[in-house]
Design a protein around this ligand. Structure first.
Ligand code: G
Ligand code: G
Ligand code: MN
Ligand code: NA
Length: 254
């Protein structure tokens, strides 16, 4: 309860921050970012979302927090879209179960896009398998409505859940994000290499894009590239960083 009231205060007192982690293509060129929330606590410093997202979910605060994240993300997209050098960048946002199932989720996202006058193509929403599996038909409905606006969906942490091709086929997805647990040992563990190859082949056969997360070494990137994965995210290219640092990284790479 104490953390919950502090978290409520964090929203009001504007202690939440969005960090940005770069996503690059096979030439190393940035094409977008993933937005990752942090709590800049006045006493405890920077707090990771894994410590407060579960509390926000359980208390329902995630709805307000999630709205803040989407609004911030759209504001940032709007800023990028004013400059031809950054106008093609995409921004991915993580969506939790309770937020996704909220009755006005679709209208909330729509109004954010309208308020900031952005091209919705730049906005990507990341969902996990567990979020989608709760009710596949509902999920398809929500995703379809938002897809019609131009928003694209990624399936986050792919490979860790229970996806069957059966339901994967039903979902209007843009890409699969290969979970970093498979990327981590891809160079040394032949089983993980097989899993990653299978995910990439599956994505290709379903006409889905694929991005690898948790890429930390050149060797991992090379292996992924040789197996047909041309989009990456991970410490090799950049850690999640504040927006000023991120925009500087962009400047240095264009
Ligand atoms: O950035 P970091 O590795 O600490 O993120 C930890 C977890 O928090 C990840 O699973 C990530 O998806 C989740 N997360 C980060 N930002 C957000 C957010 O804005 N909303 C939700 N729902 N989850 C987030
Ligand atoms: O669950 P999700 O994939 O949204 O969370 C992404 C998490 O992975 C964030 O907490 C982010 O800080 C972390 N992350 C991003 N890149 C790397 C990486 O290269 N290595 C490791 N160990 N973690 C990473
Ligand atoms: Mn994610
Ligand atoms: Na992930």
């Amino acid at each position: 309860v104490m953390l919950e009231s502090q978290l409520r205060e964090a929203i009001v007192m504007q202690q939440l921050r969005l960090y940005y982690q770069v996503q690059v293509d096979h030439t190393g060129r940035p094409f977008g970012a993933e937005a990752l929330i942090r709590w800049q606590h006045p006493q405890h410093g920077l707090i990771s979302p894994s410590q407060f997202i579960p509390i926000a979910e359980a208390s329902g605060l995630i709805v307000e927090m999630g709205k803040w994240v989407i609004d911030q993300a759209c504001a940032q997209i709007a800023a990028w879209q004013t400059d031809p050098k950054t106008s093609e960048l995409s921004l991915s946002v993580n969506i939790s179960a309770r937020q996704f199932r909220q009755s006005n989720f679709i209208s909330m996202v729509k109004s954010c896009i309208q308020r900031h006058h952005i091209n919705p193509n730049a906005l990507r929403l990341e969902l996990t398998e567990s979020v989608l599996l709760e009710n596949v038909d509902d999920a398809v409905h929500i995703m379809t409505q938002l897809s019609q606006l131009g928003i694209q969906f990624s399936l986050d942490d792919f490979g860790t859940g229970y996806s069957s091709l059966q339901y994967l086929k039903k979902l209007p997805l843009y890409q699969l994000k290969i979970d970093r647990s498979f990327v981590n040992d891809i160079v040394t563990d032949s089983h993980d290499r097989t899993i990653v190859r299978t995910i990439i082949a599956m994505a290709q056969s379903m006409y889905l894009g694929v991005i690898a997360e948790g890429v930390e070494t050149e060797a991992q990137m090379e292996l992924l590239l040789n197996n047909g994965c041309r989009r990456y995210q991970g410490y090799l290219f950049g850690k999640p960083m504040p927006i000023d640092t991120f925009n500087q990284l962009l400047k240095n790479s264009f």
